[in-house]
Design a protein around this ligand. Structure first.
Ligand SMILES: C=C(O[C@@H]1C=C(C(=O)O)C=C[C@H]1O)C(=O)O
Length: 464
């Protein structure tokens, strides 16, 4: 019988009648489980599961079955902070082990903006954070199990946990079929280029930058298998993995971009802007990198992003730390200019106020921020929803980590909508920007193994 050491801890728990939930924090290093096995076992909980893996591996968390959620149609930081406080007040947390490292998390975020959502994004709210029944922390090999006390059977609880963990361990990973792509097409490609041209003409000394995104629609012959996606997302590439199921929709992102994280009183973020394609050839890549690090347009784009983040953080900070010259971020398909930024937070700064202030950074919105946001809302085709939106995990204190939902797609039964954008400044060339967005589609096309132009079955629209 496993979980022996946890059994002595559980005996000493007395239930606190003021709290609705009991959360057991359990070491699970005796079980050999991974992402695919967890998702295989909890197949029935489809529509109520997430996976969040951070870029530096600080987090690798899976949540199953949203037992309680905070959600709002408007993002008011104080109201969300209050809902979070109330939710954590309802939970009695008990550790069934020593030296446990993970923290109970809520996973979620906000939509990019409050543009009227099309049907496409109906499953998601303006703001939502979820407390799962099962939270697996795969880095520390720990589990949080949350149960409503009205449905609790303390006697059999650890046996049930053992049974579930053993069943996960033994879950048979079936061969996952690749989704057969029926059609693949750009949404309004020529109109998008005209939009870029128009934006370039509208930019001036005041309106300096706007990020314009476009979409690619992929349809499948049959339903896209979620387990296939989990396997494809499991590569070790240096990015976040965000996998968010809600109702009939799944949002997936392999973003390289952190919005910010807070640990204690220290906030860490980075400015990312300025991009160039990474190619196969090493010598050519040296030229690409050298160009990016010295190109005035990219350096300008980068500087305005950094300055804006720094000024957004100033009111919350006692001190800010960053270097003058950007560094090079090397992703699988693309290089970016980036500047790490650290801030020591004031005591009263909270994660939601900071989130509201900092999002959208000019890396995904533009500058000035409000002008750019309005421009995007009015001119861009479609709704961004969770594309370029903040998603991440929060805890009872203000520790948190948010990423920006780039290199992403929204999957519904038989189709996937992919999103990619780029910063438009004075002098931007629509064709070059079109190609840059094409590069930014690659991570999701690669997840779907749809990078080639081979299609099966009938097609419709302008296929690419
Ligand atoms: C908007 C996107 O990427 C952003 C825009 C960048 C740019 O314009 O150089 C670089 C990185 C991201 O901050 C996207 O991937 O869709």
């Amino acid at each position: 019988m496993k979980l022996q050491s946890s059994r002595t801890f559980i005996e000493s728990i007395s239930l606190d009648s003021d709290r609705q939930y009991l959360t057991l924090h359990i070491p699970m290093d005796e079980y050999n489980i991974d992402e695919e096995k967890i998702f295989t076992y909890f197949n029935e909980s489809k529509g109520s599961r997430y996976w969040f893996k951070s870029k530096d591996n600080a987090y690798n968390v899976i949540g199953i079955h949203y037992i309680e959620s905070i959600w709002r149609d408007k993002f008011q930081p104080d109201a969300v902070a209050e809902s979070k406080r109330v939710l954590f007040e309802k939970i009695q947390q008990e550790k069934l082990g020593e030296d446990l490292k993970s923290k109970l998390s809520l996973f979620g975020g906000t939509l990019f903006d409050d543009k009227d959502t099309t049907d496409e994004w109906n499953d998601f709210k303006m703001v939502e954070f979820h407390l799962p029944e099962w939270q697996f922390d795969l880095n520390n090999r720990e589990l949080f199990l949350t149960r409503d006390k009205s449905e609790l059977n303390m006697d059999g609880l650890l046996d049930e946990v053992d049974e579930v963990l053993t069943a996960i361990e033994n879950a048979e990973i079936s061969e996952k079929e690749k989704p057969v792509v029926k059609s693949k097409r750009d949404i309004f490609p020529n109109e998008w280029k005209l939009l870029v041209e128009e934006a370039v003409n509208n930019l001036n000394d005041e309106f300096k930058k706007v990020v314009l995104a476009r979409q690619k629609l992929i349809t499948f012959e049959s339903k896209a298998k979620r387990l296939y996606l989990i396997r494809r997302l499991k590569d070790e590439a240096d990015t976040y993995t965000i996998y968010f199921e809600k109702g009939k929709s799944t949002f997936v992102s392999k973003t390289p971009e952190k919005l910010f994280s807070i640990s204690g009183e220290e906030l860490t973020t980075n400015a990312i802007a300025g991009s160039i394609q990474r190619v196969e050839d090493n010598q050519e890549n040296t030229v690409q990198k050298d160009f990016l690090l010295n190109d005035d347009k990219n350096l300008f784009e980068h500087r305005v992003v950094r300055e804006s983040i720094v000024s957004d953080l100033a009111p919350f900070s006692e001190g800010l730390n960053y270097k003058k010259n950007p560094l090079l971020m090397e992703n699988k398909y693309i290089y970016h200019l980036f500047t790490p930024i650290q801030a020591m937070l004031k005591k009263d700064a909270d994660e939601f106020k900071i989130l509201k202030q900092i999002h959208p950074t000019p890396a995904v919105g533009g500058l000035p921020k409000n002008l750019a946001k309005d421009y995007i809302k009015e001119h861009e085709y479609g709704t961004r929803g969770l594309y370029a939106a903040p998603l991440g995990v929060i805890h009872e204190d203000k520790d948190c980590e948010f990423a920006v939902g780039l290199r992403s797609m929204l999957i519904s039964a038989r189709s996937a909508t992919l999103f990619a954008g780029c910063g438009i400044v004075k002098g931007s060339d629509p064709e070059a920007e079109f190609l840059e967005t094409e590069v930014k589609f690659t991570p999701m096309l690669n997840v779907l193994e749809a990078t080639t132009n081979e299609l099966h079955g009938s097609t419709n629209g302008t296929n690419v």
